[in-house]
Design a protein around this ligand. Structure first.
Ligand SMILES: [Zn+2]
Length: 292
């Protein structure tokens, strides 16, 4: 499907919502391909674009109630001594870039760099990446999924079932991830899943925004505990507001996940990073710099 058609379709759906209310082998391969294995976990933040001018009403907010309405779209690479994990893969496909080096705009979304070029800058190709995981299936988190069809996909069965259902869920284009159907896959059925088996990189269930929405917890040596919170929130103003977006899969579940996660972060002294938070994202170190 033509990208602008794809994005228009996604935003037509959003408008409707408003109106209607073998891992070991993969690890070995990754290490072979990339000899620079760090001693402790690293987090790289990539710039996968921005989404401009979305109506805060989609999120049950008034314009004057939020400082910034634009969204950052980050992608993240986690490099563990035992392998690599790419977490969320953008809103615009790398293949939609032309060779002229110019930014690509599709509907409200713009990306200035490909994910592949940002990986290459730190010495990785998609084929080197051990694991792929998404916070959730919405179109602004999954655009480059097919690039990682050779990685092992970490996903919850309820999310995967929705993604491959005969009638796909709102805000997705199944063509963005159709090659994952045949990818080596780990179906996560536990609340917490230890990605590399060393207790440093944990995927945790936080459903509601989508049926299998999840967050990523990193135990970093210098930075401390960081949570990449997916779309548990979009604006920082949502925290403590009791308000959830108009297009949640299950609002009650979202509120319960938020309460559980806030409690978790407090107890474990974990910083919660709202992925789309534009102002917070602007202050983050970007790849090739990293957090460790
Ligand atoms: Zn979302």
């Amino acid at each position: 499907m033509n990208p602008s058609v794809r994005i228009s379709r996604i935003f037509a759906m959003l408008t409707l919502c408003v109106l209607g209310g073998a891992a070991v082998t993969a690890t070995a391969r990754a290490q072979e391909a990339h000899p620079r294995v760090p001693k402790s976990v690293r987090l790289y933040v990539f710039d996968c674009g921005v989404i401009k001018g979305l109506d805060p009403a989609l999120f049950n907010f008034k314009r004057e109630e939020v400082k910034t309405i634009d969204f950052a779209v980050p992608c993240y690479l986690i490099v563990d001594p035992k392998g690599t994990l790419i977490w969320d893969v953008g809103v615009i496909r790398d293949e939609d870039f032309k060779d002229d080096g110019k930014p690509v705009t599709q509907g409200p979304s713009t990306a200035t760099r490909t994910l592949k070029s940002q990986l290459a800058e730190i010495g990785y190709a998609p084929g080197d990446i051990t694991y792929l995981a998404h916070s959730h299936y919405h179109g602004d988190h999954i655009a480059n999924s097919n690039e990682f069809a050779g990685s092992t996909w970490l996903v919850r069965p309820i999310e995967r079932d929705a993604m491959f259902a005969e009638k796909p869920p709102a805000l997705v284009d199944p063509k963005d991830y159709d090659q994952l159907k045949a990818a080596q896959t780990v179906l996560i059925t536990k609340d917490e899943y230890d990605v590399f088996g060393d207790g440093k990189v944990i995927i945790k269930s936080a459903p509601g925004h989508t049926p299998g929405h999840q967050v990523l917890i990193l135990h970093l040596k210098k930075t401390g505990n960081v949570m990449l919170a997916g779309d548990l929130y979009h604006y920082p103003e949502e925290r403590g507001s009791g308000r959830v977006p108009t297009f949640e899969y299950n609002k009650e579940q979202s509120l319960a996940s938020r309460a559980m996660i806030e409690d978790y972060c407090k107890k474990t002294k974990t910083q919660l990073w709202i992925e789309h938070d534009f102002d917070a994202n602007a202050k983050l170190k970007k790849s090739p710099k990293y957090y460790d």
